[in-house]
Design a protein around this ligand. Sequence first.
Ligand SMILES: [Zn+2]
Length: 336
Amino acid sequence: MQTDETSGNADEHVCDLCSHHSFETVGSLDRRGRPLETVICTNCGLVSHATLPSEEYLRTRFSGEANQLSAWNTPAGCRRIMRAWQNAIRIRGQISLLLPQGGRLLDVGTGYGCAPKVFQKAGFQAEGIDPCSSLMSFSRDLLKASVTDRWLSEMPAQRTYDVVLLIHVLQYLRSPSQTFQQISSLLHPGGMLYIECPNLQAPFARRTRLFHREHIHSFVPSTLIMLAQQSGFTLRRRFGDDQDNSLQMLFQYSTIKSTHVYSESYPAAMEALGKAGLLPYHLRWRYLFNRFRKLQRFTTERIASGRFVRQLIEECHSDDNCCSPLPGPSRTRPLV
Ligand SMILES: [Zn+2]
């Protein structure tokens, strides 16, 4: 089904963080060179598309066959699952000791359902939600994860969770502030929210490579923290540093809300955009190291991802029903 991608007049755009109307254009192309106007709020520094995609477009994009992740049984799909599983294990290692042990956890926009399965194996009552029914079929039937085919907005506002995960989801949404509010309505006071999303301050090749058509909003640390504070969240721990490609933050829900806009946020975001230059980036030792690791990872994934996913499915079935393991290659070593 074809839907209109944009919601209309860019002049009607209101900043999702501070409700101001004053924007400055910071980009005219997406990373593939296609037209895409990107703006920054001159009050708070939140970066977004000048014209937001319509809600109908996003619903079609993420719930149906247009979701590219839904084709999991392909070499590319297996690579994505392997990466998602390994990311979930890294995140569990980062935050699990800071969470209430055995608590009820919800992974919003769970995709393949790797995070709820990984946290379930660590003793959490872990669940996931995602609007894509075919992804939920993979997660439920093959990974034996506890997942549901639904949007965050469809969750009843009942404080039943101790932990919410939002892993590389926030940048795809029309209203990050509304997302924070919806999550706050699900958490017990004192509950924890872990977020990962792309870091606009990370060194990129050049400004024209910064802006992704699917990423409606882009964040620097201060804009992500201000959005969280507006809904009653306090930053408890930041992982990584300004050089990391992802912001990784653990917040705690305290019910104390703040609408304060940091005066340094807009200049900091502009400085981050100004640093996006080809030469400094490519001369960085960290860039070279990361490129090497990325190439190494692609090679490993290309060779091993199919076997990895088969073994993962076998292991998840064995955990779920020890008397009827799936036929397949013999297990070598546990994946967790
Ligand atoms: Zn703003």
